[in-house]
Every structure is written in structure tokens, then in C-alpha cells.
Design a protein. Structure first.
Length: 255
């Protein structure tokens, strides 16, 4: 699969070739497999993958050492496309929630060990939460992280918790939050990641078995824990039919 130079830097051409192999694989791909597909020496491919990893375009799997698409590449794709199919399904409800509560509604997906914002319906208040599409954070971070990690099976959750532990997070407290989120289907927090911000994040299924969360956030002096609790019945009533639809779509898609 070695490609001829397009007239630019040979290193850039090779890096793009390597990246294409990782993207096209659709799964974790080994260093040896990338080298074979690109017909480049193993040491060259290793250096290119390390550079792509440092830039966030690929990410290395904890187990097996393979490579997959990284959070930066996901962020770039959503910035261009603005939203995935999931966003188009949820956009009308997101807008309804903004109109009802006036707070910013954002849609997030899990990408490896990061979470990425893939769509936003901005709040209507002069002072509101601002979240850019493509923004990404560690998977465990904030209310959104709780809603996302609560979806994971134990074997998928374990490496996420290890990363959180390495970054100084109280993992026992985090696990308690996750258990509460699983029971309720949502997580309410004030200042969990950003001081002065109140948020509720709801766990959602996504297409192709992706893990997603919808977050409604705003200044805590207005979007307080009490205000969120009062809004929960309406929020869950709006989202439950869509969540059921997405679960059904995944069952049909996966036979």
C-alpha cells in the first residue's frame, strides 16, 4: 500500500498513509500490521505512530499494544461534520430542552480514554455555559464522565478507573457515583469538574454500540441541584423514548 509522494514532505505523506491504515482498520491494529500494509520499515512506522499518538490522532490500546483512532481525530471530524447521525436524532429534543429550561445542552461520546463533545444546543440566557463542539476531556471527568463510564462493562471500566487513579482521582468515590448513575440513569453535580457550574448528565445508547451522554449545564446559582431535581421528570420523559429507539436500532443492526 506504499503511496507515491504527492510532492510534499515525505514524512507527512508517510504519516498520512499510516493514519489511513489505522482509520480504515475499524479496530485496534498492531504495529506489524501497519508496517505490512504500508510497506514501510517497522522502525519508521513506530516513530510515525508515536508522533500521531502524541498529537492525539491515534491512541494506543492498553492491552495488546495496538493502535486505534485517537480523540483529536474524532474531535476534528465532528468539527467538520458538526454532528453524527445521533446528533440529528437528538437535535429536536435538545432544542426543546433549551427552550424549556434556557440552559446549554451538549451531546458527548466516549472515544478511548477521552470524551468528546459532538453537538451543542446553546442556552438562551445572556450568562450561559459555553461548550465548543470538539472539546474533549479525560473520560472520567465531570458529570458527563460519570454518565459515560456508567455504561461500561467491568472489563471496559477497569482501565478507565486506573487512569483516573493515576491522575489523583478518588476512585472509590467515583465508583459510588457510577453505581448511583446506573440506578438512576443520570448524574447530577455542581462543580464536579468546573466550579460554579451545575449539570445533569444522562446516559444514552448510540448507534453502533457507542457510549453517549446528554448534558444540560448552566451557572449553579440558577441551574442549581434543586432546579435540576425539579426538571428531571421532564428531561427523562423527553429522552426515554429516544433511548428506547436507539436500543432497538442497535438490536436490529446487530441481528
Amino acid at each position: 500500500m506504499k503511496q507515491a509522494s504527492s510532492g510534499g514532505s515525505q514524512t507527512v505523506d508517510r504519516a498520512l498513509t499510516v493514519l489511513n491504515v489505522v482509520v480504515d482498520a475499524g479496530e485496534s491494529v498492531s504495529l506489524e500490521r501497519v508496517a505490512a500494509a504500508t510497506e514501510l520499515h517497522r522502525s519508521i512506522v513506530y516513530r510515525l505512530l508515536r508522533s500521531l499518538e502524541n498529537a492525539g490522532y491515534v491512541a494506543r490500546q492498553e492491552e495488546g499494544g495496538g493502535y486505534r483512532v485517537g480523540p483529536r481525530l474524532v474531535a476534528m471530524s465532528v468539527s467538520v461534520a458538526r454532528r453524527f447521525d445521533l446528533g440529528s436524532v437528538l437535535r429536536p429534543v435538545m432544542q426543546e430542552l433549551v427552550e424549556q429550561f434556557g440552559e446549554t445542552v451538549s451531546l458527548h461520546m466516549l472515544s478511548g480514554h477521552r470524551r468528546v463533545c459532538i453537538d451543542v444546543a446553546e442556552g438562551t440566557h445572556p450568562v450561559r455555559r459555553v461548550i465548543p463542539v470538539g472539546e474533549n476531556h479525560p473520560a472520567f471527568a465531570g458529570e458527563t464522565g460519570r454518565a459515560l463510564l456508567a455504561c461500561l462493562a467491568p472489563e471496559e471500566l477497569a482501565p478507565q478507573l486506573e487512569i483516573a487513579r493515576e491522575q489523583g482521582v478518588d476512585v472509590q468515590a467515583l465508583q459510588r457515583d457510577l453505581e448511583r448513575t446506573r440506578q438512576q440513569g443520570f448524574f447530577i453535580g455542581v462543580g464536579t469538574r468546573t466550579p460554579g457550574v451545575g449539570s445533569v448528565s444522562i446516559s444514552l445508547a448510540g448507534f453502533d454500540r457507542s457510549f453517549n451522554a446528554l448534558t444540560i449545564s448552566g451557572p449553579a446559582d440558577r441551574w442549581s441541584r434543586e432546579a435540576i431535581q425539579a426538571a428531571i421528570p421532564v428531561i427523562m420523559e423527553r429522552l426515554t423514548p429516544i433511548h428506547q429507539y436507539l436500543l432497538s436500532a442497535n438490536r436490529v443492526e446487530n441481528g
